[in-house]
Design a protein around this ligand. Structure first.
Ligand code: SF4
Length: 210
């Protein structure tokens, strides 16, 4: 059976899709089938009904946050993300979105931040991963042009809308963490450095561009 949700760090994580508009050299998808012992490969993307049916069986009040993340980019399924957020917020749960920040490129005709705000999202965590466009393109290999600019704009818009936002980087020698920290401050966002997963780190030692 597919893993629609998984538990870790006192949070409940939702796995909406395996698709992504980036192909980061450090992405767990390149090294493993999932995280924390869960296989996150989906045989099909879960519908709103399937997600809610699965969530209804849980005591959601015991989790600190319900987080849209998983083995892919959640905003590729924006309608599902919004509908499930709405359902969760009706139950007064804390909801976070982990995203690559490409939403305006994926949905150029939509005002994604306004829609997220309206649905009641509590916070957003955006993978920044680089201090410059050149480094970003090399490490994250985005499908869209101008993705780095879109990521920065996404963070700015989220902050303008008053949504608590944090930007993250992965601890890699290619990334200037201090410049990213400064950029996060300029973007009025919190900052978090993520450790490379063990699997990715082993592979990276052999071939950092793999
Ligand atoms: S943005 Fe996230 S899911 Fe997409 S390739 Fe990069 S690390 Fe993987």
């Amino acid at each position: 059976m597919d893993t629609i949700y998984y538990k870790a760090h006192g949070n409940l994580y939702l796995n909406l899709t395996n698709r992504c508009t980036a192909d980061c050299v450090f992405c767990i998808r390149n090294f493993a089938t999932g995280v924390y012992g869960y296989d996150l490969r989906l045989s099909k993307e879960p519908s709103v009904e399937e997600i809610i049916e699965a969530l209804e069986k849980l005591d959601l009040s015991k989790y600190r946050e319900i987080v849209f993340t998983g083995l892919g980019e959640p905003t590729l399924r924006l309608d599902v993300l919004l509908e499930v957020t709405h359902w969760l917020k009706k139950r007064e749960l804390k909801v976070r979105l982990d995203t690559n920040g490409h939403a305006s490129l994926i949905h150029p005709k939509k005002d994604v931040i306004t829609e997220l705000k309206r649905a009641g999202i509590d916070s957003i965590s955006v993978s920044l991963n680089a201090e410059s466009e050149e480094t970003y393109n090399r490490l994250c290999r985005p499908a869209h042009k101008n993705a780095y600019r879109a990521v920065l704009d996404f963070v700015r818009e989220a902050r303008k809308a008053g949504i608590p936002t944090r930007v993250t980087v992965v601890e890699l020698p290619e990334i200037d963490v201090e410049k990213c920290r400064k950029l996060a401050a300029e973007l009025d966002s919190d900052f978090h450095v993520r450790k490379l997963s063990e699997a990715a780190s082993k592979k990276n030692k052999k071939d950092p561009r793999a």
